[in-house]
Ligand binder design. Sequence first.
Ligand code: UDP
Length: 482
Amino acid sequence: MEKPKKLHAALLSSPGMGHLIPVIELGKRLVVHHGFEVTVFVLSSQASHAEAEIIESTMTPKLLNVVELPPPDLSAATLGPDAGVIMRLVVMMREARPAFRSALAAMEARPDVLIVDLFGTEHLCTGEELGIPKYVYVPSNAWFLALLLHSPTLDKEVKGEYVDRTEPLEIPGCKPVRPEDVVDPMPDRLDQQYREYVRMAGETPTGDGILLNVWEDLQAETLAALRNEEFLGRVANGPVYTVGPLIRPVRLAGLGKELLEWLDKQPSESVIFVSFGSGGTLSAEQLVELAWGLELSQQRFIWVLRQSTVKSPDGSFFDAWKGGAGDEVLCFLPNGFTTRTREIGLILPSWAPQVEILSHPSVGGFLSHCGWNSTLESIVNGVPMIAWPLYAEQRLNATFLTEEIGVAVRPKELPSKKIVGREEIEELVRRIMKEGHTTRARVKELKTSAEKAVTKGGSSYKSLCKMKEDCHMRIHHIKKAR
Ligand code: UDP
């Protein structure tokens, strides 16, 4: 039989570190483990140091081709100054269609397969036009995917606002979703973002399959429910492939001398890392409570400190990772905080080498906004969490982490609803750092299961092998049908 040709995959990433990182990592995995050639098309939001660094990391050794698409012209788009993050991402991706088409046309050879991330579903038709298989990469978890895929049905069946309901939202075969946990565009059904969300939800299953950044053992029941004929079978063209955990690898010099020396001096698993992802911010009042909570707990900490410049639940998604914020954030802290905590704490303004910090043996806890990349990075490093969800699908993730897999503790009320007081923070930090033996043991079990999944022969490895095989089949069928 003829040896199948090497496949060339075109991957399209939407803006934002939370998308760029998992797309690049998927690309690397396809090259290194599965013999693909990969070109990643990046729609960078704005030039940012962190984004440039991620792209740079693919150059040595050069595993992938990275093509940066020019920033889309948004002048014709009706995007008000108050437009939310989802709306802005959607419009940027929509307006990038001509640039993406031209970039594909400029390639030496047409790609064999197209993989877009969640915000790129409007680009699936480009795959259709090129006559190649097309996939959607959802860099999140199976419960989120189930809610997403069921959202068009909920949209038809549920009257009124989801958040006003007293009953949870039922998803076939899955754990129901509490109204307060719904993903961000869902709380306001009159907002244009919500309509875009329902559109994306309808488009996601129309490709030849969905790639998900989880592994089988993490969410076996939800995955089984999703794959049931009565659920995915009704809406999807192709299977769900579990490909994770795909996270950024640790860079050898990533920590820098000062941070490494400080961490090396601390006892094993004694430091809690506090960070709210690439864009999460807290109000000034909440910052003060958090500072007091950390100080009262007397636990060692590293805190990525960022103060909100905009009054929005989305934080400052589009500018937080640009860096440049200096020590001015320190003025939001209680008087004398930095002096009193000098021996136990480090404050890093704006941005930190997160994966490197989490992988250091001195780190034993993570107070996190529960973005999916951060969540995976914590699990893969065996670090239990304090779940502090802020936006996007983070409330869902926080519930999953605390109530389903037991790797996190959380405040009694959602931080987006009520300021979490210093005593509660102190207690949560102590609980996770001092008493959380079961939580720690559980996250270490999952660390092992994650490692198994991505090694050769593991479930995620096999899943990508299957995806590759299915790709060849689809290509064969498309050719035959011509
Ligand atoms: N990140 C980082 N340093 C920071 C903040 C974030 O390296 O100071 C990385 C983090 O390791 C993760 C990504 O940025 O890989 C954030 O993705 P996530 O899904 O956790 O959250 P998002 O930023 O999309 O809300």
